[in-house]
Design a binder for this molecule. Sequence first.
Ligand code: SAH
Ligand code: SF4
Ligand code: F3S
Length: 483
Amino acid sequence: MSEIREEALGFAEPEESVPLREPERQYYFMDRMRSLVAEKERELGRKLTMHVATFGCQMNAKDSEKLCGILSYIGYEETESEDADFVLYNTCTVRENANTRVYGRIGYLGACKKKHPGMRIALCGCMMQEKHVVEKLKKSYRFVDIVFGTHNIYELAELMYEREQTGKPVFRILEETKQVVEELPAVQKYAFKAGVNIMYGCNNFCSYCIVPYVRGRERSREAADIVKEVERLTANGVKEIMLLGQNVNSYGKTLAEPVSFAELLHRVSLVPGLRRLRFMTPHPKDLSDELIAEIAANETVCRHIHLPLQSGSSRVLQRMNRHYTKEQYLALVDRIRSRIPDVAITTDIIVGFPGEIEEDFQDTLSVVEQAGFLSAYTFLYSKRTGTPAAAMEDQVPAEVANERFQRLLQTVNRVASEQAEKAVGKTEEVLIEERNPENGLLTGRLSNGMLVHFPGDASRIGAIADVKLNECRGFYYLGTLVS
Ligand code: SAH
Ligand code: SF4
Ligand code: F3S
């Protein structure tokens, strides 16, 4: 999408030569930065390095691939070390601990910069959309060079150039955006699998969740653009695609010509060369029968549905603004299992939501037993400023929540290993992803998302192969390569 930009530049640049349209404008700044970096390389007699750290979810990781693409184009070489010439933290604020981790690490970067004054430190992502965070950075972390949010990651090169031209820190955080600039370089973390955004933002306002405030309103990409991106990826050897959105079930509802998520899944699955298609995350409140039928009939779609439960208590679910009851969730699981018998269902659960009493927690345990999750991410409720739940009175004391959390983990682990055991002895198709540095074995992922470790040659990484599952070790299998 392109849009005309109207504000004046904040630094000296021949205005008439700066394109107003995107993505041309960003290519202009990427080229300017490329010259500056080349100059610096000559001066130092070495390549400049960059380090991008991702703190959040798959969508955050996808943003990091775009940011790395811009930095590579400019001429930076990626390094594992945080003591790099350009360090970028792509932050997350979904829970308080994600947030605290970031502050600790920025402090460490400040120490690196003292020894290495040419270093540039940039922060972006969800945490930067919070006003109190930006205030704290301005006041107590003055060595930070560039701060931007979730709506303008495509502007990285422009902001870097502004920093160099003005010699001052650059803060640019937008409240909202209508425009999404897609046509910029991106670096793929893996050659054989990739995530593709199908929508941005979220409109659900679950009462505990900060995502709608930091990611803005829901916006779907055109189906044709998504298909084109997947075609380009598979033409480059990608075999597995994950479609990404905060609530994929509401994909396409606001497009000029509405397209349902099931229809999109179907269209994408037809892209030549695509072997596996995944998606993340559907909301249980509106997972349609059309979608279940599409997954059942479509062999390219992986046998895995991540279906966040959050709580098993209908009373708590209502206070969470989730729009389903315990019974409706369980009925949905039954519908899915009856039509897609080999599907794995995984989930997210929050413990200690305000007002949760032992009886509510027992409901959560009972849903875990009945739904037979193959795995579950369990979280302690974290109070997020500005969300409705943060203002609820009856916050659960930490020791009570911790104790429930431990009990939940025990149940989840038992149920998950019972489910995983069922596949022992079977031969399953896997996508071989990497070599495990610890045990030297190859790691492959099953259609249902589980991992299997097995002996084999690293030349097979990126291939799809059959592996016999010999033994289950809880979160993964040990196996042998069959073909
Ligand atoms: N859009 C997805 C998930 C987004 S965040 C969905 O609706 O399922 C990922 C997970 O973080 C959520 O599923 C939830 O379990 C957890 N989470 C979100 N806000 C939280 C909070 N305030 N405290 C604890 N966990 C939270
Ligand atoms: Fe947060 Fe709910 Fe949106 Fe998921 S659906 S991102 S939990 S508000
Ligand atoms: Fe975190 Fe933002 Fe994702 S808050 S979970 S990185 S959308």
